[in-house]
Design a protein around this ligand. Sequence first.
Ligand SMILES: NC(=O)c1ccc[n+]([C@@H]2O[C@H](COP(=O)([O-])OP(=O)(O)OC[C@H]3O[C@@H](n4cnc5c(N)ncnc54)[C@H](OP(=O)(O)O)[C@@H]3O)[C@@H](O)[C@H]2O)c1
Length: 238
Amino acid sequence: MNLKDKTYLVVGGSHGIGAELVTQLTEAGAEVICWSRTEPENTSSKLRYSQVDILDHNNDLPTIEGKLHGLAYCPGSINLGSFPRLKLEAFEQDLELNLLGAVRVLQHCIKALSAAGADGGASVLLFSTVAVRVGLPFHASIAAAKGAVEGLVRSLAAEYAPKNIRFNAIAPSLTDTPLAAGLLADDKKREASAERHPLKRVGNPKETASTGVHLLSPNAAWITGQVIAIDGGMSALR
Ligand SMILES: NC(=O)c1ccc[n+]([C@@H]2O[C@H](COP(=O)([O-])OP(=O)(O)OC[C@H]3O[C@@H](n4cnc5c(N)ncnc54)[C@H](OP(=O)(O)O)[C@@H]3O)[C@@H](O)[C@H]2O)c1
């Protein structure tokens, strides 16, 4: 894939799936802007990093000049607990990071995305979770927040289709990233998690990111308003 002359913003490109997105986008020749709280290890000359905490409303987001051909918003949470133990604050925090953070970034970047939309197309990638399509115990807070993300994706896909900006989401199941470290902390937990998936393993961030890069690229120019399951079959198979 050749993404030369394209510019992408990856929010949360320092770790996990976002870091893989940054690697694969820069390797394809794109210029990549990364916003996160800690600096990515990636030292590509195609990468520009700004320290940003998306939840810090005291600081303005960095200005994006010119055209933005794509944007991926990767911050997310796995905040699990039985319903009585999930306090209202947990629901608020999950909505704040997963939904409202994405809204804040999108409203900030929509002009730059529209400029690319008017000049061939732009693409936005958000992240949901398998727990929206499949009811899983103890996932009430994160499933509710990501369900809102899926609604946002479909609504904005409809609103911005005439401007040639595509909106899609990936809904992963358990993927081996820093976010999931607690759930994969030892062999026993890892085996139990693998066993829950038809393909008998957990996901890895490279394979999730490669679908993300496809959705962000002009190769996916006919795909919008979709939530793509990358979950080892968990949402579709018994
Ligand atoms: N991993 C899974 O099992 C799994 C399962 C289902 C859904 N998902 C979803 O997939 C997406 C990516 O997950 P992941 O596992 O790659 O997550 P991750 O390992 O936690 O990485 C998240 C990225 O977002 C950044 N970030 C977090 N909070 C931020 C903030 N306040 N401001 C700016 N940047 C922030 C982190 O960087 P800094 O810490 O440097 O800021 C990091 O680069 C998430 O939306 C997640 O909910 C993941």
